[in-house]
Write a protein that binds this ligand. Structure first.
Ligand SMILES: *[C@@H]1O[C@H](CO)[C@@H](O)[C@H](O)[C@H]1NC(C)=O
Ligand SMILES: *[C@@H]1O[C@H](CO)[C@@H](O)[C@H](O)[C@H]1NC(C)=O
Ligand SMILES: *[C@@H]1O[C@H](CO)[C@@H](O)[C@H](O)[C@H]1NC(C)=O
Ligand SMILES: *[C@@H]1O[C@H](CO)[C@@H](O)[C@H](O)[C@H]1NC(C)=O
Ligand SMILES: *[C@@H]1O[C@H](CO)[C@@H](O)[C@H](O)[C@H]1NC(C)=O
Ligand SMILES: *[C@@H]1O[C@H](CO)[C@@H](O)[C@H](O)[C@H]1NC(C)=O
Length: 277
């Protein structure tokens, strides 16, 4: 009795302490930086910090007021910590650089939140920085240095959990069947009410195997009205063709490539679709 109580207490503790942080796979992500140092025809590009090889480093160019390096995680993550490994090399000094997390590739204060300030030069060290005041949510992770010196990174790793507010269903269904499928799974066909959601849904749509994906966008020809399946009005829009009036039996689908514009499509067409969690 006592033992089983103790056992339950221990299990409870351990799940509380470990919310399931995983090492985020980075070698398939996209990195870029403020400038690229070149030596003997070798470009010290941003992706060298993510290639799993700690001998190859990214390196920005000298004599610039601001140096930065950014990785686009191509999705929304809850990030708990970031580790930076650097070789013991004379020009490595990241002290007082900031680790920023944001949803846009802009690096200004309005678009990012600080995870941590680097409090060591990282020379010959593999140093882990936990996000101050808890994990942060975002798509872009930036190392930002606005004090003299370069941004050199030999290997960057991070721990977090992928957050998927939208789920691409790779099945080809008519609009009504797609709606039914989402609702059966306690979700709804996605509504896009702002540019931020448009960007996230577009990212998910890129993985579809049909040229369009169904959105929760439907047209009532009796009312001559577009509406979202969850009853929201259509305010924000990304129509490729701005004419509002459509034929009967028309719904809205997103182009899976380009700027992810919306197109009027027959409800009987069969596409992949995106449910909102
Ligand atoms: C290095 O970068 C320059 C300028 O972008 C480019 O012309 C050159 O092909 C690159 N070299 C290699 C080896 O990728
Ligand atoms: C990024 O977007 C997510 C989802 O909308 C939000 O929870 C998070 O706070 C945003 N992150 C930043 C840095 O604004
Ligand atoms: C929407 O967001 C994207 C990415 O953050 C940005 O590039 C674009 O300019 C925004 N568009 C509008 C209309 O605000
Ligand atoms: C640095 O430490 C982190 C956390 O322990 C680890 O995941 C990562 O592989 C290490 N990096 C290098 C280059 O050793
Ligand atoms: C859905 O249709 C696309 C072509 O439009 C096809 O490539 C894909 O294999 C189909 N998917 C399924 C699950 O049938
Ligand atoms: C979808 O977007 C791509 C890239 O912008 C474009 O080439 C294609 O024509 C668009 N599809 C349609 C049906 O317009």
């Amino acid at each position: 009795m006592l033992w089983s109580l103790l056992f339950i207490t221990l299990i409870g503790r351990s799940t509380q302490q470990d919310p399931g942080w995983e090492t985020i796979k980075l070698d398939d992500k996209v990195a870029f930086q403020s400038s690229v140092y070149t030596d003997n025809g070798l470009n010290y590009t941003a992706d060298r910090a993510l290639d799993g090889n700690k001998e190859t480093c990214s390196n920005t160019v000298e004599k610039q007021p601001i140096n930065w390096w950014t990785v686009d995680l191509l999705g929304l993550y809850e990030i708990s910590c970031i580790s930076i490994y650097n070789k013991d090399q004379h020009n490595v000094d990241l002290s007082s650089a900031h680790i920023l997390i944001g949803n846009s590739s802009e690096r200004n204060a309005a678009d990012t939140t600080e995870c941590a300030t680097i409090n060591t030069n990282t020379k010959g060290e593999n140093k882990t920085f936990n996000c101050v005041n808890g994990p942060k949510w975002g798509r872009y992770v930036t190392v930002y240095k606005n004090t003299p010196g370069l941004v050199i990174l030999c290997e960057v790793t991070m721990k977090g959990i992928k957050k998927e507010p939208f789920k691409l269903i790779k099945e080809n269904k008519t609009w009504a069947d797609a709606l039914y499928h989402c609702r059966e799974e306690h979700m709804d066909l996605v509504s896009i009410l702002d540019n931020e959601t448009q960007v996230w849904v577009g990212l998910e749509a890129q993985k579809a195997d049909t040229p369009f994906v169904w959105l929760g966008l439907h047209y009532s020809c009796t009312l001559d009205l577009w509406f979202w399946a969850d009853d929201h009005c259509v305010g924000f829009d990304q129509w490729a063709d701005k004419t509002r009036t459509a034929d009967c039996s028309i719904s809205g689908a997103m182009n899976t490539s380009g700027n992810h514009l919306w197109y009027k499509k027959s409800v009987y067409d069969k596409y992949n679709f995106i449910c909102a969690v």
